[in-house]
Design a protein around this ligand. Structure first.
Ligand code: PRX
Length: 666
């Protein structure tokens, strides 16, 4: 297929061969001999004494007061390690320094323009103690919420850890979100302080964070102060000079940090105290504030980070290439790695800046041994060809991870072969913002992999596929459910306990419903098939169809909109919008661009529709529900199937014609 953007790599056909054989991939012998776990004992321990297993994991952390019970489970509400007290920042920093690894590098940071910083555990602790003092002096107290809207710079984990230190919950808002999305999240959490930056670098251009903040803060009565890191300086302000600062409200980070503010020690937190909120898209237009608490969450991310990545903290250099604005970065750039004393890489920018070998240059420079990335990135590299990775020394790599969306077997094998040189296990890790940490994944050293399958639940986790009636499916397809509580599970949706029960615990009694389709193959391997609800997955990021629809109908020219996720070879899914304009409104491509831009302003670039299809009407069931599945079929040019439940079957034909006239545009 010449126009397939993911053409097979040109070399010697080795990848097709590996695929054709439907090979299984056991952990390479060279890896197994050094692996942390090379037999099934971890599974056996968890099976034999589930509570004891989790207690042993929690005991790896430092507690200020011991817990009284491991898990109290009143479906759907779980409490873990109740009565125990600890502080997350103390576990990530003070404990490491006390153990004598204060001089170990916590983060190798690289900015997109090429600036670099190396930060040891000792230095990170000092910065966090001081910034905790700053937040305290701005009136932040235990139980408050602090919003964070930053690029990938070291001050981002510093701000998160400083919140954790004084017991305030953070709510990190991904720097790619718009002013509207930011203000909505700030208001839902009623955050008191916002930590941000003047801007960030992305593909050589400035992301105008402070300008967005100024727009957002017109609508956020709860914010009393902002702290602004100077990241880009005068380039952040097209008007010249530094970004405008509002007297009394906005403070430069560097001004507050010098002269040295009073340092704050770690606040003893109850195991079930709120650690953070992270907003994620659901099936309604309003994002959900997912609540994560302290002891159980830290236990799960520490445990999974150690075993799934076979972490040897003394020698490994670990790079999770996600953004800290998503849960992957929270759990596997900040909390898990630091609690394990790992050395991590943080990179601010995009993989193609200034050249398409930027990632491989970083792997080579820091001798990265563990790389954790999203399938979209891997498919993009495949498209760019093998010359970029081949031009760099990747021999330091010994383990590869994948997260965020199903990885197609071709990309899996390419990752294994071209990036890992056939010597690195590939761990495909399934989890969600709600689960806090990894749930389903191979154990490197133990599990024989099949490309495209996330394999089995980790020790301590329970996952099953069920049918429509909630009956366990032994072999075949169905819905993915989780069968028992787990320590990092969400404790609720902020301000909406009913929605928590409704969304996750009502579809199948006694089970957590993940929203994903899955199948079990003849060997019992789990294959994740993507979302089955109205949530799209674009480049590994969740985007709600209804959220995009409400952004579209917010535009005065739009009468009605229906949004679907269409399969896309690069990004997994692409956002496609069917729009019914108001009478007299324009339907040309320039207007389509106006609507696309409107979505960017309401949500952010990630939600930007790839194609807009104007139509006079939308296919609906007799009860008035938009038939998204049908629209998806139309968009993908598939056979339409049964359309008899349509209010007006002619609509489909019309939509199909339109869709054929205006194929998906970039
Ligand atoms: O559909 C699944 C997909 O991503 C969803 C969770 O998205 P989010 O909360 O943004 O967290 C992403 C990072 C953990 C899931 O419901 N997903 C995540 N990992 C995988 C996956 N789908 C298939 N395979 C995976 N490894």
């Amino acid at each position: 297929m010449p126009d397939d953007p993911i053409g097979a790599p040109a070399e010697d056909g080795a990848i097709e061969e590996l695929l054709r054989e439907e090979r299984s991939f056991p952990p390479p012998e060279s890896f197994r001999s050094q692996a942390l776990v090379s037999d099934r004992h971890l599974y056996d321990e968890a099976d034999q004494d589930w509570e004891g297993f989790w207690a042993a994991q929690a005991a790896q952390l430092e507690w200020m007061e011991p817990w009284k019970s491991v898990c109290e489970w009143e479906l759907p509400f779980a409490k873990w390690f109740t009565g125990g007290k600890l502080n997350v920042s103390a576990n990530c920093l003070d404990r490491q320094v006390a153990a004598g690894i204060g001089k170990r590098v916590a983060y190798y940071w690289e900015g997109e323009p090429g600036d670099r910083r190396t930060i040891t555990y000792g230095e990170l602790l000092e910065e966090v103690e001081r910034f905790a003092g700053v937040l305290y002096s701005l009136g932040v107290r235990k139980g408050d919420r602090v919003a964070i809207y930053m690029p990938m710079i070291p001050e981002l984990p510093v701000a998160m850890l400083a919140c954790a230190r004084i017991g305030a919950a953070h709510s990190v808002v991904f720097g790619g979100f718009s002013a509207d999305a930011l203000s909505g999240r700030i208001n839902d959490a009623e955050a008191k302080v916002l930590v941000t930056a003047d801007g960030g670098w992305r593909r050589g251009a400035v992301v105008p964070l402070k300008a967005n903040v100024d727009l957002a803060l017109d609508q956020t009565p709860s914010i009393q102060h902002t702290v602004v890191v100077q990241r880009v300086g005068e380039k952040a302000n097209p008007g010249g000079g530094l970004v405008p600062m509002r007297e009394g409200r906005d403070h430069w980070y560097h001004d507050l940090m010098s002269p040295s503010p009073a340092r704050r020690g770690p606040e003893p937190m109850d195991s079930e105290d709120l650690l953070y909120l992270l907003y994620t898209s659901g099936t309604t237009a309003k994002p959900k504030g997912i609540m994560h608490t302290t002891g159980g969450y830290l236990t799960q991310v520490t445990y999974t980070h150690r075993y799934v990545f076979d972490l040897h903290p003394e020698t490994d250099v670990y790079w999770c290439a996600a953004d800290i604005g998503w849960v992957t970065g929270h759990s596997y750039i900040v909390y898990g790695p630091l609690a394990n004393g790992a050395t991590s890489v943080i990179y601010e920018g995009t993989p193609d800046y200034p050249d398409k070998d930027r990632w491989w240059e970083i792997v080579e420079r820091y001798k990265v041994s563990i790389l954790y990335a999203a399938p979209t990135a891997i498919r993009t590299f495949m498209k760019w060809g093998t010359s970029y990775p081949e031009g760099r020394d990747l021999s330091s790599l010994r383990l590869l991870g994948s997260v965020g969306e199903p990885i197609n077997p071709e990309a899996w094998v390419w990752y294994w072969q071209v990036i890992g040189g056939g010597r690195c296990p590939v761990v495909d890790t399934w989890w969600q913002t709600e689960t806090g940490g990894i749930m389903i994944s191979p154990l490197p050293g133990v599990t024989t992999c099949k490309p495209g399958s996330a394999t089995f639940p980790l020790p301590g986790m329970g996952a099953e596929v069920v049918d429509d009636q909630g009956k366990k499916v032994e072999r075949g397809g169905g819905y993915l459910t989780l069968t028992r509580p787990w320590p990092g599970m969400l404790r609720g949706i902020y301000g909406d306990p009913e929605r928590y029960r409704e969304t996750y615990w009502s579809r199948f009694p006694g089970r957590y419903f993940a929203g994903d389709g899955a199948k079990v193959d003849e060997d019992g391997y789990l294959w994740l098939l993507g979302r089955i609800d109205d949530v799209m997955n674009v480049s590994g990021h969740r985007v709600s169809t209804t959220e995009v629809e409400s952004a579209l109908v917010d535009h005065p020219s739009v009468a009605e909109a229906a949004v679907v996720g269409m399969n896309d070879p690069l990004t997994g899914q692409a956002v496609i919008a069917f729009v019914t304009p108001k009478a007299g409104a324009s339907r040309d491509s320039a207007h389509g661009e106006v609507l696309r831009q409107h979505v960017v302003e309401k949500i952010g670039p990630i939600a930007r529709p790839k194609a807009i299809i104007f139509t006079d009407d939308l296919p609906k069931t007799r009860s008035g529900k938009i038939m998204r599945r049908l629209l998806r079929d139309v968009a993908e040019g598939r056979h339409l199937g049964d359309t008899t439940t349509l209010a007006d079957p002619a609509v489909v034909e019309e939509i199909r014609e339109r869709a054929m006239q205006s194929p998906a545009e970039e």
